[in-house]
Design a protein around this ligand. Sequence first.
Ligand code: CA
Ligand code: CA
Length: 250
Amino acid sequence: MLRYLCALLLLSVFSFHAAAQEPPRDFDDAKDTAVDLWWQIGPLSFYCHCPYRPATAEEKLIRSGNLWVVGSVCGYQARDLITRKGKPNARTMRIEWEHVVPADWIATGFGCQEASRDECRQIPGYEEAEGDLFNLVPAIGELNGDRSARPFGIIPDEPREYGACDFEVVTDGVGPAQRRGMAEPMESIRGDVARVWFYMRDRYGVVVPADMTTMLEGWSAADPVDDAERNRHAVISQEMGWRNPHVAND
Ligand SMILES: [Ca+2]
Ligand SMILES: [Ca+2]
């Protein structure tokens, strides 16, 4: 009897472990998992390195998220403190889950870039790609919104709009509003960003233009994998069940 119980216990522990290692089904599923993983990785926003913590009940009342950004600690200042409707801009206070490779670009790997998001989600594999944890980072909501689906690039003259946070966005150019212009991340995360793009290209067929590839290769060389990125990769790859070969190829 005891042996049977032990076997049952082992089996249930094993099943739980196996279930915990399944990659997210979709973006909603991924967001819940990402919150847990990033407590282990270190609760810092990706673009500004701002600490964040669980929101208090009072804070939750003035925003619609669960993670509160302590912007003053890292020198982040909001570009727009007040919304167009004259209310406090909740996106300056909360963490959102940002796709390093935006959903619009993931769509290129599934041939649905001209279709609606709902249509893309009908294509097998698209939702898993949208919920891939290697591609998700915590970002201050305002930056997530301003970056939208813009590619990364180098913007002349550092036109800072977020206090001391070294992140710039320009919105002029051609194409759909959410893809126009570009965003420039700080130097110390450019390699991290590049290795996520390469991963999404190789795994899901995301189309990366030749000139962007050249730029990202330069970023990856100038900002090689360091301990922080290795640690983040270890936590995420354990959850996903596979690795990003551009970060760890052993
Ligand atoms: Ca910059
Ligand atoms: Ca780096």
